[in-house]
Design a protein around this ligand. Structure first.
Ligand code: GLY
Length: 327
């Protein structure tokens, strides 16, 4: 961010944390100021599935005055490093060639974005995505290019395939039947959104994607607007589940745009799910969305029963069963 923008951003928050905007030459400026003064900032962390530990890690960043960007990166690194989480990062289930390939994306409150896809051998794709955002002129790097970039930035190359995921893959090969199991092999992604003490929103999304996917397959998670999207004026959204369905509806962007039109986070998530239901075969797939708006309101909705999410506000973390369309 250039110095001038930094200055405006800093001066947009008073000592007591009340957000003000730079109103000079603004039509309707007085009204806008009043609207903003009356708004309270509600620091928030929300993530898909039972990622309480990830929320706690992110919350610690927010609590100590860190940025929402640092919070979401710190948070999603927890499942990325966990060998028992078989749908994210290290320990993720491989593709049908037995190779673990990772997708991730990140967005900050300025609308900057970074993403990596089909990345192999690197434990923290989210941190590589952040480096793409902050240290390259691009948004997305894929495959060997992303890997080379990561190695050049000092990331270590490791074997991501754990014994457990390898054993399961060997079993799967006996039939090679490709039918990802709802809420298990499609229980795939951590999407996380956070609001910091300045009221700024950031988001992150990271996954090893669908188990036993075709080699080279890329899902929704690294695609800005599909797997995750943030507009700091409005809110943010993230998706989990069958990436193909999310890609075809650019789901997270849609959720944010629906909130822009006045829907609550819950209504926006529900409408984005209904778009999939109206236009796609949804019987055997799961898709879930989480969303927050600038006021710290949150919501979620999924196609199938079984989707849950974690919300942290005022230091309290709760696991919530998402509402859904179909039992
Ligand atoms: N939602 C993650 C994927 O489909 O890869």
């Amino acid at each position: 961010m250039n110095t001038r923008r930094k200055f405006i951003k800093k001066s947009a928050v008073t000592a007591v944390g009340i957000p003000l905007i730079n109103v000079s030459n603004c039509y309707g400026a007085q009204q806008e100021v009043e609207k903003n003064i009356s708004k309270k900032i509600i620091p928030t962390v929300i993530s898909t599935w039972e990622n309480q530990k990830a929320n706690e890690a992110a919350w610690n960043v927010i609590k100590s005055g860190g940025s929402s960007l640092d919070a979401v990166e710190t948070g999603v690194k927890v499942p990325e490093a966990d060998p028992e989480d078989q749908s994210v990062g290290y320990g993720g289930r491989p593709d049908r060639k037995g190779i673990v390939t990772l997708d991730a994306c990140i967005m900050n409150a300025d609308g900057d974005a970074g993403s990596v896809s089909f990345l192999q051998g690197i434990k923290h794709p989210i941190s590589v995505a952040r480096k793409v955002m902050e240290e390259t002129p691009h948004v997305m790097l894929v495959g060997s290019g992303a890997e080379r970039f990561a190695l050049a930035k000092g990331f270590e190359k490791i074997n991501l395939l754990t014994d457990l995921s390898k054993r399961e893959f060997e079993d799967w090969k006996k039939t090679s039947k490709y039918k990802p199991v709802i809420n298990i092999e499609q229980h795939d992604t951590i999407g996380m959104l956070a609001i910091d003490k300045n009221g700024d929103i950031a988001g992150a999304c990271t996954t090893s994607g669908l188990a036993y996917k075709m080699h080279g397959r890329v899902g929704d998670s690294p695609i800005i607007g599909a797997g995750m999207f943030v507009d700091n004026e409005i809110g943010g959204a993230a998706a989990t589940g069958m990436g193909e369905a999310v890609l075809k509806s650019l789901g997270s962007f849609l959720v944010v745009e629906l909130m822009r039109q006045g829907r609550t986070p819950f209504e926006a998530c529900k409408e984005a799910v209904m778009r999939i239901i109206k236009k796609q075969q949804f019987g055997d797939i799961q898709v879930g969305y989480i969303a927050i708006n600038k006021e710290g309101e949150y919501g979620a909705f999924a196609i199938q029963q079984g989707f849950n999410y974690v919300i942290t506000q005022k230091g309290q973390t709760q696991l919530i069963d998402g509402q859904f369309f179909k039992k």
